[in-house]
Ligand binder design. Structure first.
Ligand code: G1P
Length: 319
């Protein structure tokens, strides 16, 4: 492991990725009483697998998942399943066998347990021994980024050019700003990335506020769950007091770093993002991705059309 601080510059080794998955998933109870919310399926694939696939697509395959009590099924999901594989092999069910093996072979997945759910900032701090003194990525499982729209890779490129930390931002309606970390921004010097088709530019972040009320929101640019962080974040987290909701907030530690003069930039994302942390948005994500699937889409979309007609007919009969 290197001891030299590598906050900018070219990298010969891939960045490590940290995925916090220790939250209680209360919004999906009772489903999440015994099943980690990260494994709730989006069609037939757990939400967390989409996140790991996104990391791998961006060239990162060293993944640390921060787990908590009751999350053991996550470890099983990214491991081999010899009995299941043998049964599928015997049946000659090659497609499912391949799907089952894929999640075990996708990336090099490691785990650390966060003893108590004390917030996103505390979860990221748990990754310090794994990450060491290197720039790394954090990906939050509630935000699914469409595989067709590059975000993480351009963020890594921005970090290589400007150093410090880079966060993904997205414009949200003003009445939703209070659900997110929110950024005050200024124009940044023009920089180029290899694929900016889903991006709305790069900005300098001058301040950050976690879940602000409408009167305190510095903009309508919300943090969506992708970060590239320099290792200084670990020291900042050590000094971060519990904030919003009594939890140690990653946003507060980043705000601190920006105030200390650590470069802090935002990549504005304009691509397809699916929020799976909220039940309504989760349902929309499942329907949308099912509709777009080659194997399931055509009959599903046809049924959806008929179902909508039925609902509308019912509604007009009632009114
Ligand atoms: C977390 C972060 C918040 C960010 C959001 C993105 O909040 O604290 O700054 O905007 O993820 O999904 P959470 O959704 O965990 O409450």
């Amino acid at each position: 492991m290197t001891t030299a601080r590598s906050t900018t510059g070219d990298r010969s080794r891939p960045y490590k990725v940290v995925i916090p998955a220790a939250g209680l998933g209360t919004r999906f109870l009772p489903a999440t009483k015994a099943i980690p919310k990260e494994l709730l399926p989006i069609v037939d694939t757990p939400a967390l697998q989409y996140i790991v696939e996104e990391a791998v697509d961006a060239g990162l395959n060293e993944v640390l998942v921060i787990v908590g009590r009751g999350k053991e099924a996550i470890i099983d999901h990214f491991d081999r399943a010899p009995e299941l594989e043998a049964a599928l092999e015997k049946k000659g069910d090659d497609d499912r066998l391949e799907a089952v093996r894929r999640s075990a072979e996708l990336a090099d997945v490691h785990y650390i347990r966060q003893g108590a759910p004390r917030g996103l900032g505390h979860a990221v701090a748990c990754a310090a021994p794994y990450v060491g003194d290197e720039v790394f990525a954090v990906m939050l499982g509630d935000d699914l980024i469409d595989a067709r729209d590059a975000l993480l890779k351009p963020m890594l490129e921005v970090q290589q050019q400007l150093g410090g930390c880079v966060v993904a931002l997205m414009e949200v309606p003003e009445d939703q700003v209070s659900m997110y970390g929110c950024a005050a921004v200024e124009e940044a010097p023009g920089i180029t990335v290899s694929d900016d088709r889903a991006l709305g530019g790069v900005v300098k972040v001058t301040d950050l506020v976690e879940k602000p009320g409408p009167e305190d929101a510095p903009s309508n640019l919300a943090i969506i769950g992708r970060y590239v962080l320099s290792p200084e974040i670990f020291e900042a987290l050590e000094h971060t007091e519990p904030g919003r909701g009594g939890e140690v907030q990653l946003t507060d530690a980043m705000k601190d770093l920006a105030a200390q003069g650590v470069p802090m930039h935002g990549v504005v994302f304009r691509g397809r993002r699916y929020d799976t942390g909220d039940r309504g948005d989760y349902l929309r994500a499942v329907v949308r991705l099912a509709a777009e699937r080659k194997d399931l889409g055509p009959p599903f979309v046809e049924w959806l059309g008929e179902f909508l007609e039925e609902i509308r007919a019912d509604q007009s009969a009632k009114s």
